[in-house]
Design a protein around this ligand. Structure first.
Ligand SMILES: [Ca+2]
Length: 98
């Protein structure tokens, strides 16, 4: 079976632990990917475009020790929010993108 893969090299401290996809830009035209990083306690957003992943925003800070991530339109505006489970902070972060 033929296949190909693409990757995006992150900061060595990032330590990505989970990903999700969603409609973060409100366009639904391309695959948008959110990655949560345990090492830097943040979320990075990527767009799969012309065969490559490219970062589309600066990293977004979340609580300490994030281990999981999900996306859903929580407020019904058509754009997905990002939710992370922050084990080190005993918290949940919700990122609203506008
Ligand atoms: Ca929303």
């Amino acid at each position: 079976m033929a296949h190909r893969s693409v990757s995006f090299r992150q900061d060595a401290r990032a330590r990505p632990v989970a990903i999700t996809t969603g409609n973060f830009l409100g366009t639904r035209r391309r695959l948008e990917v959110a990655v949560v990083n345990l090492g830097t306690h943040d979320v990075e957003l990527f767009l799969f475009d012309t065969g490559r992943l490219r970062a589309i925003t600066p990293s977004i800070p979340v609580g300490e020790g994030p281990l999981d991530i999900a996306a859903a339109d929580l407020d019904g505006d058509g754009i997905d929010e990002i939710v992370t489970a922050d084990s080190g902070a005993n918290s949940v972060s919700v990122i609203f993108l506008k």
